[in-house]
Design a protein around this ligand. Structure first.
Ligand SMILES: [Zn+2]
Length: 210
């Protein structure tokens, strides 16, 4: 790969959205990584042209007109090139699958903010994590044993299993298959060229085979 000039180095830390071959957002990488993937033919640039998207390989991308803003371009001795906002990897396998982090918020997301006992929808501050099999009966803190529960259902169930409490789970808790928004927080999604891909996919990105 060509060596980039010193000033260009901070530009290389800019974030680039990574799509898989199905146009699903799967990752965010640095511009440096994006250029390596692009230069080695493992990815192409995705850019809106008119009202559709076009893909560009490295050679084609070098030929596209440069942006007006200098932050968007990278200069080397022999080449000026725009930093892409979105790339598509042509061989998705190169990106390892990441698992959904087991967090309170992600449990609520999995359960769609619905109490898994009464089926009512709640704001997260009115929800609780419930051990299906209680802790002191060996129930562990993991996806398969934790559900979202409203406070009344939670105290009604108490230290019992659902059958003992005469309660029924809406769904059997499972480890989710999606990846929540690639761990992006919404303030980071200021890049409007990312939105088309993230709006559709937010919280629904399913990666790999079912
Ligand atoms: Zn409830």
């Amino acid at each position: 790969m060509r060596s980039w000039g010193g000033r260009a180095m901070n530009h290389l830390s800019q974030s680039v959205l990574v799509l898989n071959r199905l146009w699903q957002a799967v990752n965010v990488c640095s511009a440096r990584r994006a250029f390596i993937l692009l230069y080695t033919g493992q990815a192409c640039v995705v850019e809106g042209v008119g009202d559709s998207y076009q893909t560009f390989n490295f050679g084609q991308w070098c030929q596209t007109p440069l942006g007006r803003c200098s932050a968007e371009t990278l200069s080397t001795v022999s080449l000026k090139i725009r930093i892409p906002k979105v790339i598509q990897v042509l061989f998705y396998d190169r990106f390892p699958k990441k698992e959904v982090k087991f967090t309170r918020q992600n449990v609520y997301e999995r359960d769609r903010y619905t109490c898994q006992y009464c089926g009512e929808l709640f704001e997260s501050r009115h929800l609780n994590l419930d051990h299906v099999v209680p802790r002191d009966r060996g129930g562990v803190m993991q996806w398969e044993n934790i559900v979202s529960s409203c406070l009344p259902c939670n105290s009604r169930k108490g230290n019992r299993t659902p059958p003992e409490a005469g309660m029924k789970l809406l769904h059997h808790p499972k480890r989710p298959r999606w990846r929540p928004s690639l761990h992006l927080t919404y303030h980071k999604i200021s890049e409007c060229s990312w939105r088309d891909f993230l709006d559709i996919n937010a919280w629904n990105v399913e990666v790999g085979s079912e």
